[in-house]
Design a protein around this ligand. Structure first.
Ligand SMILES: CC(C)(COP(=O)(O)OP(=O)(O)OC[C@H]1O[C@@H](n2cnc3c(N)ncnc32)[C@H](O)[C@@H]1OP(=O)(O)O)[C@@H](O)C(=O)NCCC(=O)NCCS
Length: 188
């Protein structure tokens, strides 16, 4: 049975046309189609798209993310531009004691290069730092993933180091850069 969803209306307004909407069943079909459309391309940078089969897989994934979202151990938001789902922005994990959140993101290939992720990330960070829920925001990305490294640098993250062979992708273990931005409540 699908539990009641108190997240249904949770939303972070980025701009009049850009919103982050909490994971919800109503987005399953649209998100699934977006994943299928981008699967081959996403597979160059993320490991999971190859495992997405039916719409039911996307529904189950959304459901487990929703439960983690409700419990505060992860967050999953759809990036919605003019009522169209164009990507995902998440905390893949939150360490509540350490107030640390590990950020993940992807965009529809054709929506890159417009600053959509940059604007969403800024609003997302502001929202969670103001709530006092997260103060250390972390991005881990493959050293070779140039667009993702640029996202971190453009959004004020500081490179803290390189984790050796920390990410398994397409049959190989890749080095990962770790970036963080620390914001204490009310400091920005
Ligand atoms: C990583 C990813 C989300 C970055 O997308 P993106 O469009 O480059 O990022 P943004 O939305 O922040 O846009 C920034 C780009 O738009 C341009 N831009 C245009 N208008 C802009 C504006 N108003 N503000 C900021 N940037 C703007 C910037 O110059 C920049 O382009 P550049 O990197 O060529 O200089 C995207 O490439 C992706 O989904 N990749 C596959 C999945 C992935 O790698 N996820 C991360 C795993 S760690």
């Amino acid at each position: 049975m699908i539990p009641e969803n108190p997240l249904q209306d949770e939303m972070i307004e980025v701009s009049p046309e850009l919103k982050l909407k909490a994971a919800d069943d109503i987005f399953v079909s649209e998100l699934h189609q977006l994943i299928l459309k981008n699967r081959q391309w996403l597979q160059h940078s993320l490991n999971w798209p190859q495992f997405v089969g039916s719409e039911e897989d996307t529904r189950q994934n959304m459901l487990s993310n929703r439960l983690l979202h409700q419990r505060g151990y992860a967050k999953m938001f759809l990036i919605v531009k003019s009522e169209e789902v164009v990507g995902v922005l998440s905390f893949n994990a939150i360490e509540p004691l350490n107030k640390t959140g590990y950020i993940g993101y992807w965009l529809d290939e054709s929506h890159q290069g417009q600053g959509i992720l940059a604007a969403c990330l800024e609003a997302f960070i502001r929202y969670y730092s103001q709530q006092g829920e997260v103060r250390r925001f972390v991005i881990k990305c493959r050293v070779e993933n140039q667009s993702s490294n640029r996202v971190a640098l453009r959004n004020g993250f500081v490179l803290e180091g390189c984790l050796r062979q920390a990410e398994f992708l397409n049959g190989h273990y890749h080095d990962q850069n770790i970036y963080a931005r620390i914001i204490d409540e009310g400091s920005e």
